[in-house]
Design a protein around this ligand. Structure first.
Ligand code: B12
Length: 357
């Protein structure tokens, strides 16, 4: 077994080339993802991977290759930030599978049966290490603090691994084990969404993954609707929406659901609602409270105008504002004629239960 010692060995070169070509054959998307420079680096990596594998086989030490697999995966994730972590996992694991098959074809010509078995075992271990590493991302301290950490971490892990059913299962299980709906919304779903934004901001995940997680989270919320919409009624109404050209609407939907769950009739009007439509909807639904949400500071001005218009036309309606746009302001809400501001939807529900009779 002298592969490592002699890179110019024709069989070694042949293996590397075959693995490289086979990877493109099986995964044509690679052509568009890798430019010429990346292709050259990828070929070099194939050579590098084989030599690490041979070192591990030589010492009968699978840890050498496992450690290498974890290291090369993180390196590639950092070098190719335009690709998602699980796409890079796919690249690597295809590579390990192909290498295993091609080594097998060479069989005794290159390695003894015992060595071949070891190589196959180490390649499988590398696959497992790489699969696990997909979710090994640095999470913010906010995400790690507070109740139900395990539930939100498992939920996030499932989603980072594209495991939609598992994500649903995690939430159903938390509910069955007694987590309140408000806790699932605030402590699990909201915190996971915020963390997903952080991961996107750090280029750890790509935009398609962020969209996928948003849509699964919305479907998880929809799964609670039978329960939410079958609570005893209170004859109180809340109208809510996001204003301006604001597309972030998961938070204000949560808010609306929490009111409905407490027996209020909720009129949730979604994202990007123009002021004129808001005024018309208030006239139609006659809510006791209107709740406005803004995430992007760009739309605060429009919210200010909307608040003024509502106050003028419907002075008896209570106005609540919230959303992340207020986080980095000098208590902007104190300068407006509103009735309530808070950083969480749950706090508004509690306030409204006390204040609105
Ligand atoms: C999903 C998402 C999107 C989706 C939204 C889809 C949808 N259907 O909602 C899409 C893809 C559309 C999107 C687009 C954009 N996004 Co975006 N997005 C997110 C993400 C990851 C999650 C949003 C979310 O659901 N959060 C969870 C909810 C539950 O939180 P919440 O809204 O704050 O609500 C809670 C409280 O604030 C409160 N609350 C909310 N409203 C109200 C109202 C009242 C009255 C009260 C009392 C309480 C209250 O209740 C909730 C629970 O307590 C965030 C990350 C983040 N930090 O949130 C980025 C994030 C908000 N997006 C960001 C950006 C930059 C954008 C884009 C500009 C990207 C782009 N280049 O196109 C666009 C802007 C679009 C627009 N015009 O609005 C940045 C904003 C940075 C900034 N401050 O300027 C963030 C923070 C990501 C990041 N970390 O950089 N995004």
């Amino acid at each position: 077994m002298s592969l490592l010692m002699n890179y110019t060995d024709q069989r070694f070169v042949e293996i590397a080339q075959k693995v490289f070509q086979e990877q493109f054959k099986r995964d044509p998307k690679l052509e568009t993802e890798l430019d010429e420079r990346r292709k050259r680096l990828m070929y070099e990596d194939v050579v590098y991977n084989i030599s690490y594998l041979m070192t591990a086989v030589h010492f009968s030490d699978g840890k050498i290759f496992e450690g290498y697999a974890a290291w090369i995966y993180e390196l590639l994730c950092n070098l190719m930030k335009d690709l998602d972590r699980d796409r890079i996992m796919e690249h690597m694991n295809d590579h390990y599978r192909i290498l295993s098959e091609i080594l097998n074809d060479y069989s005794e010509a290159l390695l003894t049966e015992e060595e071949l078995n070891k190589a196959a075992d180490y390649l499988n271990r590398a696959i497992a290490v790489t699969e696990k590493a997909v979710t090994k991302v640095t999470l913010s301290s906010d995400f790690q603090e507070g109740k139900h950490y395990n539930v939100r971490k498992t939920y996030l892990d499932a989603l980072l691994n594209n495991q939609t059913r598992e994500a649903h299962r995690v939430i159903t299980e938390a509910k069955e084990q007694g987590a309140a709906l408000v806790e699932i919304y605030e402590e699990v779903l909201a915190k996971v969404m915020i963390e997903v934004g952080n991961l996107w901001h750090k280029s750890i995940i790509t935009i398609d993954k962020e969209h996928y997680i948003t849509s699964v989270t919305q479907s998880v919320m929809a799964g609670f609707y039978d329960e939410i919409f079958s609570q005893p009624r209170k004859s109180k109404r809340i109208l809510s929406c996001a204003v301006g050209s604001e597309l972030h609407e998961v938070g204000v939907r949560m808010l609306s659901d929490m009111f409905e769950y407490r027996g209020w009739d909720s009129f949730y009007l979604g994202a990007a609602l123009p002021a004129a439509s808001i005024l018309q909807a208030i006239n139609e639904h006659q809510p006791e409270i209107v709740a406005f949400s803004v995430t992007m500071p760009l739309y605060l001005q429009e919210l200010e105008q909307t608040v003024k218009a509502v106050k003028e036309k419907y002075p008896e309606v209570k106005i609540a504002v919230g959303g992340q746009a207020f986080n980095n302001t000098d208590k902007l809400w104190e300068k407006w004629e509103i009735d309530y501001y808070s950083t969480t939807a749950a706090a508004l529900v509690n306030w409204a239960e006390q204040e609105v009779h």
